[in-house]
Design a protein around this ligand. Structure first.
Ligand SMILES: CC(C)(COP(=O)(O)OP(=O)(O)OC[C@H]1O[C@@H](n2cnc3c(N)ncnc32)[C@H](O)[C@@H]1OP(=O)(O)O)[C@@H](O)C(=O)NCCC(=O)NCCS
Length: 162
């Protein structure tokens, strides 16, 4: 699928993935056990430029009408060029194509940038899981120097997204 200038394709969600893809996945979630679990239960979609992976997203089915978007990540040199937005919109297209009604995701309270991206794609906040990053990760998790504490839950109604 081509969204803007980005060619995004589903690729094998084998674990471990190639190192370049694992690096991207770990940038969005530093716990490799969780990355492995997401790949085991999900679909991996990749943006490549000149054959090199520069962005990834994993989607997993949660319920009959809801899929979760996980591990959305873009290589540092390719950020702020619309790639993350293209990945999220692609994920919404794929999820909608499966007949699902909702897409959900969790982000951290220390990540206003990603939250703005998700809002622009039609997501709204549904709740907060207090201390998620303290209770579920063996090491402190940081985003641009700010410690992640709570998980912000967001949802998009596929039928309402442009
Ligand atoms: C979050 C991430 C995927 C965004 O990818 P991207 O390709 O830079 O996103 P886009 O270019 O589509 O950004 C679209 C908009 O989102 C917002 N945004 C994205 N990243 C931002 C940041 N670091 N700071 C502020 N706003 C940001 C901006 O409004 C931006 O529009 P603008 O560039 O016109 O200002 C990327 O920064 C990343 O991989 N981060 C590390 C992994 C991660 O934290 N993933 C999210 C886990 S919840």
């Amino acid at each position: 699928m081509s969204l803007g200038t980005f060619q995004i394709s589903r690729e094998a969600a084998d674990y471990p993935p190639p190192p370049s893809i694992l690096t991207l996945l770990l940038d969005a979630d530093p716990d490799e056990r969780q990355v492995a679990a997401h790949l085991a239960h999900g679909e991996l979609h990749v943006v490549r430029r000149n054959g090199i992976p520069v962005g990834v997203v994993v989607i997993c089915r949660k319920t009959v009408d809801t899929w979760e978007i996980m591990n959305c990540s873009v290589a540092p040199d390719h950020r702020r060029q619309g790639c993350g937005t293209a990945l999220v919109r692609h994920a919404l297209d794929v999820i909608g194509g499966k007949g699902a009604r909702y897409a959900e995701l969790g982000t951290s309270d220390a990540s206003p940038g990603p939250m703005a991206l998700y809002r622009n794609c039609g997501f709204y906040v549904t709740g907060t899981i207090r201390n998620h990053f303290l209770d579920n990760y063996p090491e402190p998790v940081w985003d641009n120097g700010v410690q992640c504490i709570d998980m912000i839950r967001m949802r998009a109604d596929i039928l309402a997204v442009d």
